[in-house]
Design a binder for this molecule. Structure first.
Ligand SMILES: CC(=O)N[C@H]1[C@@H](OP(=O)(O)OP(=O)(O)OC[C@H]2O[C@@H](n3ccc(=O)[nH]c3=O)[C@H](O)[C@@H]2O)O[C@H](CO)[C@@H](O)[C@@H]1O[C@H](C)C(=O)N[C@@H](C)C(=O)N[C@H](CCC(=O)O)C(=O)O
Ligand SMILES: Nc1ncnc2c1ncn2[C@@H]1O[C@H](COP(=O)(O)OP(=O)(O)OP(=O)(O)O)[C@@H](O)[C@H]1O
Ligand SMILES: N[C@H](CCC[C@H](N)C(=O)O)C(=O)O
Ligand SMILES: [Mg+2]
Length: 483
């Protein structure tokens, strides 16, 4: 493809180089080959502009970078927001794309919602995929990408690959990091959802307001102007989210007890699921959802909202809810202890997530709820005592252990969690902590192992010293339950 054609498509005016042949796109200079367009961005660890000469030496034909960057020997595509310009340019190269693409943002519930959306589409007969923390999930397989939102080149290449395989519907997770770094956009996004906002990632965003603003870029810039915003209406940040969507002139679909469009009329917890009554366009639908917890009902309803917003048939969608499969590591029943206590694994890694996971299990507990949890290293430190406080207040037994220590001292992380949960037990080794919880559980108790969900390893160390030690909460729970 010619650079000129790509630029025209992206609405970018070229000073020179229109005839240059483009063979690919890269944001890492080590991936540049002859004919590559290189995106050089100042990052949080290094400045990508430092690699411009190396990229040109490797054959880059054009460099997308800030106006002040020094570019000699290739076309300089100068932009105030080079990441955004790069996304637009690259989107013209990675084609075709699936015709129906939707995105989900929010602190908690993104992975669950994109996965439920994929399942509902699939039940309606579409070839559908999801992209997020669990990787790229297609009708045939699930492949991990390492990050919730992959880098822009991987993202667009995945989209084109999926379209070539015949996938027509894709739901992807838009993390706040991904949104603020323009890591997933450029293509048409027909609908975008907001699940909720609560404390997380303040190490990166600084304030809740900045964190919220990063997420709202999804409505302000990423979703199509004639697209739909699906908004969970029962959250403290729902009103500002609704206002942001309306400010752009988007069609709005509000979901939840306060949701005017897809209203949750009632929710009655049952033994292995819950009964929902939902009102959509004047008709009440009764759904036997085979998943427990208010939070799972919320994610399912947002997923249904996305399906309806993109032309899904209502009866088929509500029927599909009764056949949803659980999402890996989200309130997953891993094992039953020798005394008969169920052990659940959940990915709760924020104060709000812990509160939601505990609330989901509470109606099922006759004895005590025993919670094993911790916080990850090299992430928001301020959330740690808050996580401790939630568990101390709402669980019957709290055991603080290690999550992914990454580059931090695990004992120091535990101390910060314990500051909010002074009465909690401290057992550093995650396996030992799980074993202790299992040993303590009587017949009427429930064990919740929170924080790592589907993760298959424990991340220890940072940079060159980083190692991933194999660890799976579900497997360890089973091993401890049946020694
Ligand atoms: C803080 C953060 O989000 N960092 C991500 C970001 O890095 P950055 O742009 O700041 O990159 P940088 O390392 O400073 O480098 C700057 C530029 O120079 C380039 N470079 C760098 C080195 C080199 O030799 N040559 C070169 O060209 C880089 O490709 C980059 O374009 O872009 C990189 C490439 O896409 C990511 O790998 C990296 O993720 C790091 C590893 C990370 O841990 N990210 C986490 C925090 C994250 O993004 N998590 C969210 C989940 C949040 C949630 O769902 O709750 C996610 O979406 O996964
Ligand atoms: N709607 C919700 N409200 C509150 N808590 C939720 C909600 N959905 C999920 N959670 C909690 O958050 C955890 C993670 O859920 P999920 O993986 O779907 O979220 P995510 O937004 O993709 O997370 P991440 O930011 O790590 O990618 C769940 O295991 C649960 O404890
Ligand atoms: N997407 C989240 C996942 C956190 C998972 C938890 N196990 C941890 O390591 O903190 C993050 O990158 O902050
Ligand atoms: Mg996720």
């Amino acid at each position: 493809m010619k650079l000129g054609a790509l630029a025209a498509q992206a609405g970018i005016t070229l000073a020179a180089g229109a005839e240059a042949k483009v063979t690919g796109f890269a944001i890492d200079h080590r991936k540049v080959a002859p004919g590559t367009v290189f995106g050089a961005f100042p990052g949080s660890a290094v400045n990508g502009e430092d690699f411009i000469p190396a990229a040109i030496a490797a054959g880059a034909v054009a460099i997308v970078a800030r106006p002040e960057a020094q570019v000699a020997g290739a076309v300089h595509i100068a932009a105030q927001q080079p990441r955004q310009a790069f996304a637009r340019l690259a989107a013209g190269f990675f084609t075709p794309v699936p015709e129906t693409v939707v995105a989900v943002t929010g602190t908690n519930g993104k992975t669950s919602t994109v996965e439920m959306t994929r399942q509902l589409w699939r039940m309606a007969g579409h070839r559908a995929a999801s992209i997020g923390t669990l990787g790229v999930t297609t009708p045939d397989e699930s492949v991990s990408t390492g990050l919730t939102t992959p880098d822009i080149v991987t993202f667009l290449a995945n989209m084109a690959g999926l379209a070539r395989e015949g996938v027509t519907h894709v739901a992807y997770e838009a993390s706040s990091h991904g949104l603020s770094q323009y890591r997933n956009e450029g293509l048409r996004v027909r609908a975008a959802a907001f699940t909720n906002l609560s404390r997380d990632h303040l190490d990166y965003h600084g304030t809740m307001e900045a964190y919220f603003a990063a997420k709202m870029r999804l409505f302000a810039e990423v979703v199509d102007g004639d697209g739909t915003a699906v908004i969970w209406a029962d959250d403290a940040w729902s009103q500002p989210a609704l206002a942001a969507a309306r400010a752009r002139g988007l069609r709005v679909l509000a979901v939840g007890e306060q949701g005017e469009d897809l209203r949750l009329l009632s929710r009655v917890p049952g033994h292995l699921g819950q009964t929902l009554q939902i009102v959509w366009q004047g008709t009440t639908h009764k759904v036997e959802l085979p998943l427990i917890g208010a939070y799972q009902a919320a994610n399912v309803l947002v997923a249904a909202g996305l399906v309806l917003a993109t032309g899904g048939d209502a009866a088929r969608t509500f029927d599909g809810l009764a056949r949803l499969q659980p999402v890996r590591g989200r309130l997953e029943r891993a094992a039953i202890t020798a005394t008969g206590a169920p052990i659940y694994v959940d990915y709760a890694h924020t104060p709000d997530g812990l509160e939601a996971a505990i609330a989901a299990l509470r109606p099922h507990v006759r004895g005590r709820l025993i919670v094993v949890f911790g916080a990850g290293g090299d992430r928001d430190t301020g959330k740690r005592p808050e996580m401790g406080r939630v568990v101390a207040a709402q669980a019957d037994v709290a055991i603080v252990t290690d999550d992914n220590p990454r580059g931090e001292d695990p004992a120091a992380i535990r101390a910060q969690v314990l500051a909010g949960a002074p009465g909690a037990r401290e057992i550093g080794g995650r396996r030992e902590a799980i074993a202790a919880a299992v040993a303590a559980a009587g017949r009427d108790d429930i064990v919740l192992i929170a924080g790592k969900g589907h993760e298959q390893g424990q991340i220890v160390g940072r940079g060159e010293a980083m190692r991933v030690l194999p660890f799976d909460d579900v497997t360890v729970a089973r091993e401890c339950a049946q020694p």
